[in-house]
Ligand binder design. Sequence first.
Ligand code: NAD
Ligand code: UDP
Length: 386
Amino acid sequence: MAGRVDLDGNTINPITICMIGAGGFIGSHLCEKLMSETQHTVLAVDVYSDKIKHLLEPASLPWTGRIQFHRINIKNDSRLEGLIKMADLVVNLAAICTPADYNTRPLDTIYSNFIDALPVVKYCSENGKRLIHFSTCEVYGKTIGAFLPQDSPLLQDPAYYVLSEDASPCIFGPIEKQRWSYACAKQLIERLIYAEGAENGLEFTIVRPFNWIGPRMDFIPGIDGPSEGVPRVLACFSNNLLRHEPLKLVDGGHSQRTFIYIKDAVEAVLLMIENPARANGHIFNVGNPNNEVTVRQLAEMMTQVYSKVSGESSLETPTVDVSSKEFYGEGYDDSDKRIPDMTIINRQLGWNPKTPLWDLLESTLTYQHRTYAEAVKQAMSKTTAN
Ligand code: NAD
Ligand code: UDP
């Protein structure tokens, strides 16, 4: 840890980071990395602390004193400004960011991703604090290629599907497709932050994550989250596998995604934190263009990997088709394909993802099996007994 230097060979001095949403999936991994690999201090703000409690106690942990948890709902807590004033850098991760909420709780989604982020931007701007704000790859919406005939030769041309921070348009569906409430709120907060930079000199970096996955993502319904809850695809499929039920493919599972291991992704965020001169004023895609699959292929691969790590045989019929209306309700829509252009992050931070999809699924599903298999078995036997 001693003698850490930035990408330009300058010594990195320890700073204080106010991390909002630190108790979530990404926050927990970022806190872990900051505690184990750096000397920075974290003021961790969230309404939950379960995913970082291993970092907060016991008091004998080597980083005790460098991480403080503040149970604060940023919607309505005047302590937020004080914490931002104490920090050198603010990282804002707080959001409602689960697709099942976008069309069923559009108001909460818009408030969380736009209105609740406004004071954070304002306090940073007024107090001259640097801001790293988490947006989403979903701001790109659909690809241009999604509107071409399926047999068009143009579909082979990357210009029609690779998503570039400084060139691609943001293409959302009609207002009644409330799926896009999240993307639209995130886009507007990006524009506001960009404008604060342009007009008032706010030092900012915007991160667009492309399907970061790994341990501690979301929850397993009925075990550490609501029984009727619908998490993101990794946790949905993990839940199906743990319960020995077929994985549900929404609208045939044709949509394509690129998945990146959380541990690769937080390396990129640490580079942004420690190289402000290279990161300020930029929007960065953070994803792994080499890990592209359809959702159907993801289901097939997760089934194989789970069978390997659990020692259990796979179901004869491992997947079942379900309509998006049945699964998510009215107003759902989907991103067709998400391949990140890596030019800007490569040029500014020299960062590249490392972990292939099979490997990241193997470590993640090993964690899911170890953490949940017994609890799911017990919950299922209780249900059968009743
Ligand atoms: P997460 O839901 O695990 O974490 C978000 C955290 O914010 C939660 O712990 C939640 O309690 C907290 N939070 C929400 N509202 C709050 C409030 N009002 N006050 C205090 N805390 C609040 O999600 P994540 O996957 O860790 O995502 C973090 C950020 O990254 C989000 O902004 C999300 O939009 C963005 N993102 C993530 C991904 C991904 O692949 N995981 C993809 C695109 C965008
Ligand atoms: N999906 C699916 N079955 C599930 C959960 C999700 O087929 O049980 C699909 C979903 O429709 C989308 C993709 O998986 O096409 C990824 O969904 P996720 O919730 O992870 O978020 P997104 O990438 O859409 O933001």
